[in-house]
Design a binder for this molecule. Structure first.
Ligand code: FAD
Ligand code: SIN
Length: 519
């Protein structure tokens, strides 16, 4: 069965919802999302959204902080676009009902995070993402031009390849005609034909065995575009958040926001010694790559499984007011942050690279846009500055909307697109093959392609992954398509891209750190 729509949006986080809401002014929107509609990385964002908001701050300062964090290889034009247009986009979020905290004088209570020279993070307590997701979904659900399909998993985008043409990465005009979508409510694979397709599938945390990302983050959009021969870049820059709560019983890992360090919390070894000042003059508030690497180094030297975040000296009332969710979480584990230090450990958090896009969010495939975490605009360079991700998502959702809406009247639906061919496939007999391979990929990536890398480790990871890739392709070809096998296929693909890009970059820069000893 096939369905036609002007805009097909894949993903219901901040990027997909923001795009859908605007695009609905110009056409019919179908938004598919693989879990429930609110499940996304967005929902778990804690710290907030960075924007130049008061007179002490300036676009120049935010630009400089972004480029310093990114080790200077950011695309400066994109940085300026994001930071200057971001202010208007944040105002739009507020207009549509997002509530950011204010102080006693009625002004926005701006927080500070690692790498920021000013207080510029708008937040809603320590659950900013939840509030943004709530307010966007509220508006999207009331819009008659948008239809949301929960539990609909995008398998692959449709291109000339599906019409029988040979498509390679050298093909100059690859077109996107829509996507094949697995309806998990009835098991059917639907052909959704669209004039414009928007990839807003978020991150890829589950390529690693510890991550702050919810289970939906399996890099599907990046893998789909790579399989369709579109351009993907900068995948070596994987951001590890320095402070996820150490709790081996929990996966995904619970985040302890960087804003707590902005509030005065200090990183300490298990012996109770402050260590960050040995590594950087900004101490516990240095950019994330430096802090994560320092923690990794301290843990390797001591053999400890975690370090501590000391909050015991902080103002109790202010802490509970700003971080109620984290306070509650700690208490459930028997940690009163004013009596005991919080055990923390780095965990995969964010993908700086992704689907290569231009300043309008256009990918290298015609009529396919990519926005949010799955896209690589050039904003982050070698390391993302805290709280710049939500900002990037709203700025590029808007830019993609403006560009796609202008193109829409000139686009027709592609004819004669075949439906999904499931001939010769059978239901998977052994789920163990899929779950075990997933664990193996996550182990390989965490052990050899983590915070500190070497040529030897990358080569070993590449060789191991190749074996799993071949096994899984053979299984995929004879198995009835399921979300599980597709996600495994996608994490293998994204793992391969991370390793391949890491092997190409010989020097250490930002999040890609190749030397064995910490300097
Ligand atoms: P997401 O919000 O992840 O949404 C992706 C959507 O795509 C989901 O709905 C998912 O189900 C859907 N999807 C994926 N694959 C498919 C498929 N194959 N078919 C159908 N649907 C699919 N950034 C900040 O700027 N500030 C913060 O304070 C902050 N805190 C964070 C805290 C945590 C714990 C985490 C995990 C991230 C945080 N980040 C923060 C990063 C930021 O939240 C994300 O980068 C951002 O929300 C990504 O938004 P998105 O719309 O691109 O993707
Ligand atoms: C955090 O709150 O520490 C996360 C912020 C981010 O990822 O930008």
């Amino acid at each position: 069965m096939s369905i036609n729509t002007d805009f097909l949006v894949i993903g219901s986080g901040i990027a997909g919802l923001s795009f859908a809401l605007k695009a609905a002014n110009n056409g019919k929107v179908i938004l598919v999302t693989k879990s429930t509609r609110d499940e996304s990385n967005t929902k778990y964002a804690q710290g907030g959204i960075a924007a130049v908001w008061n007179e002490n701050d300036s676009i120049e300062k935010h630009v400089e902080d972004t480029i310093t964090a990114g080790a200077g290889i950011n695309d400066e034009k994109i940085v300026r676009i994001t930071i200057s247009e971001g202010i208007e986009r944040v105002k739009e979020l507020i207009e549509l009902g997002t509530r950011f905290d204010k102080n006693n004088s009625g002004e926005y209570d701006l927080a500070k995070e690692g790498g920021h020279s000013e207080h510029r993070i708008l937040h809603h307590k320590d659950v900013t993402g939840y509030e943004i997701e709530r307010s966007l979904l509220d508006k999207v659900l009331k819009n008659p031009n948008i239809t949301i399909y929960d539990h609909h998993f995008a398998i692959d985008i449709i291109t000339q390849h599906h019409l029988g043409e040979i498509v390679t990465s050298q093909t100059s005009n690859i077109n996107c005609y829509g996507a094949y979508i697995l309806n998990n409510l009835n098991g059917h694979i639907e052909t959704v034909l669209s004039k414009i397709t928007v990839m807003a599938t978020g991150g890829a945390g589950h390529v690693y065995n510890t991550t702050t990302n919810p289970v939906i983050a399996t890099g599907d959009g990046i893998a789909m575009v790579y399989r369709a021969k579109g351009m993907v870049k900068d995948m070596e820059f994987i951001q590890f958040h320095p402070t996820s709560l150490f709790n081996s019983a929990e996966n995904p890992s619970f985040l302890i926001t960087e804003a707590i360090r902005g509030f005065g919390a200090v990183l300490k070894t298990q012996k109770g010694e402050e260590f960050m000042s040995k590594y950087d003059s900004r101490g516990s508030l240095a950019p994330r790559d430096i802090v994560a690497r320092a923690i990794d180094n301290e843990m390797k030297m001591s053999g400890d499984d975690f370090v501590y975040l000391d909050c015991r000296h902080l103002d109790r009332k202010g802490f509970i007011e700003h971080f109620p969710n984290i306070y509650e979480k700690c208490l459930t584990l028997g940690i009163d942050p004013f009596i005991k230090m919080i055990p923390v450990v780095p965990a995969q958090h964010y993908v700086c690279g992704g689907i290569a896009v231009n300043e309008n969010g256009e990918s290298s495939i015609n009529k396919l846009y990519a926005i949010g975490e799955c896209a690589c605009t050039g904003l982050h360079g070698a390391n993302r500055l805290a709280s710049n991700s939500l900002l990037e998502a709203i700025v590029f959702a808007n830019r993609a909307y403006l560009h796609a809406s202008a193109a829409l009247p000139h686009i027709n639906f592609q004819e004669k697109v075949p439906n999904w061919n499931a001939e010769g496939t059978e239901h998977a007999e052994e789920m163990i093959l899929i779950t075990q391979s997933k664990k193996e990929v996550q182990q390989i990536m965490s052990n050899y392609v983590g915070i500190v890398r070497s040529e030897l480790r990358l080569k070993r990871a590449f060789d191991r992954l190749e074996i799993i890739y071949k096994e899984n392709e053979a299984l995929y070809d004879k198995t009835t398509v399921s979300q599980n096998i597709c996600e495994l296929r996608n994490i293998i693909c994204v793992g391969y891209l991370i390793i391949k890009h890491a092997m190409r970059r010989k020097e250490s820069i930002g999040l890609h750190y190749m030397v064995k000893k910490f300097k």
